[in-house]
Write a protein that binds this ligand. Structure first.
Ligand code: NAD
Ligand SMILES: O=C(O)C(=O)C[C@@H](O)[C@H](O)[C@H](O)COP(=O)(O)O
Ligand code: ZN
Length: 349
């Protein structure tokens, strides 16, 4: 991963031995912030760190989006204080995107910033959440509204960890993978459309290639625009409606499923605005891996209200990432209310 502080993203099997190299030699205490439901996946991480001589402390946090609550973050700050963590110490985040978002923000905010290495255990976290340095938590008013840009010192994707993933969560990660396909690398779409049944499972023949391609898309974008002053917005394709859906569902709807519906909505916005016509392909590839393409017809007013707080908005103007063609992302600024509602009719079930 390029940018001012480049770092390695290791992708492979039996790669835990690379962890000390990613962490560096300065750290004494390493706080392993991990999803409490994944002891089997945490064990090889702590074993590799202990063998390398670090003082390893395990800090379990709730599974899933419940990790991204202010109370959990405040609990980690107290833990870091109790452990006596100084600026030369480090955090390792082990889990899905919710865990790495929390661990990353805890590291960003502790003493104004300590090193963090991520060990993502879901497809979604490998292809997206654990790379790129966006960290954050949710508040009742909205998703990811508090956070910081804090790039990791390294990312370790142990692909064998994916074997235990429930299909629903695995497929959620395919939504962000497909997003990378639409905004920048259509070969991703070809690989999934070529064998969607295989794509739904981690033992499929193209899993490592899909991860590598999606990480490459993210690396190229983030290296050029870490703090989202322009280009990075393309990684938010489909997310304007997605975050509104997640809020409406009290964060119990998988992130990737919400992004899937959000991409259909963005594709329909682009079609109605005369920019491109990728709606059928979007629906087809998402449905082929069992991702949703529709949402509650009665939810529009609530979703429209929630979309106002999107981070891409400027003043009162909503701004969407739309496609002018495959791998040709553009922006749609301030679409009128009738267009917004009309596009939702395509999604409404
Ligand atoms: N920072 C970013 O750039 C970025 C990018 C995309 C998504 N995100 C965030 O990531 C989060 C979603 O991440 P996610 O989809 O990884 O979900 P998650 O972290 O909520 O994990 C989903 C579920 O999978 C379980 N799990 C994790 N690894 C497992 C494994 N190997 N085997 C069995 N079960 C496992 C977890 O316990 C949890 O129940 C959202 O909060 C989203 O906003 C952040
Ligand atoms: O890395 C980015 O930039 C993204 O937008 C990636 C998204 O997949 C991710 O869900 C991100 O957390 C959304 O960020 P937000 O700024 O809209 O909260
Ligand atoms: Zn996302």
């Amino acid at each position: 991963m390029g940018g001012p502080d480049p770092y390695d993203v290791v992708i492979g099997t039996d790669v835990h031995g690379e962890l000390p190299g990613l962490l560096g030699e300065k750290a004494r205490i390493v706080a392993v912030v991990h999803d409490e439901a994944l002891p089997e996946l945490v064990r090889p991480v702590t074993a590799a760190l202990t063998a390398a001589g670090y003082d390893v402390r395990e800090l379990p946090v709730p599974s899933g989006e419940a990790a991204k609550e202010t109370g959990v973050l405040a609990g980690l700050w107290s833990d870091f204080a109790r452990l006596g963590m100084t600026r030369s110490d480090a955090v390792v985040g082990v889990g899905g995107g919710a865990t790495t978002d929390l661990a990353g923000f805890a590291a960003a905010s502790w003493l104004r910033g300590v090193r963090v290495v991520h060990v993502p255990t879901t497809l979604l976290a490998m292809v997206d959440a654990a790379v790129g340095g966006k960290t954050g938590i949710d508040i009742p008013e909205g998703k990811n509204l508090v956070g910081a840009f804090h790039p990791p010192a390294g990312v370790l994707c142990e692909v064998s960890a994916l074997a235990s993933m429930p299909e629903r969560d695995y497929v959620s990660g395919l939504a962000e993978t497909i997003k990378a396909g639409f905004i920048a690398d259509p070969v991703i779409l070809d690989l999934i459309e070529g064998d969607p049944v295989a794509a739904r499972h981690p033992e499929g023949p193209h899993t490592v290639e899909l991860i590598e391609r999606a990480v490459r898309v993210k690396a190229d974008v983030v290296s050029a625009d870490l703090k989202e002053s322009g280009l990075r917005e393309i990684l938010n394709y489909g997310h304007t409606l997605a975050h509104a859906i997640e809020k409406a569902e009290a964060y119990r709807f998988p992130h990737g499923h919400a992004v899937a519906v959000g991409m259909v909505y963005a594709a329909e916005l682009a079609r109605l605005a005369g920019r491109s016509d990728l709606v059928d392909r979007t629906e087809h590839v998402l449905a082929s891996v069992h991702l949703p393409t529709t949402y509650d017809a009665d939810a529009w007013d609530e979703l429209r209200a929630a979309m106002t707080i999107d981070k891409k908005s400027r003043g009162g103007t909503l701004r969407f990432v739309v496609l002018d063609g495959l791998a040709r992302p553009g922006r749609l600024e301030g679409p009128d209310e009738e267009l917004l509602a009309a596009a939702y009719r395509r999604v409404a079930e």
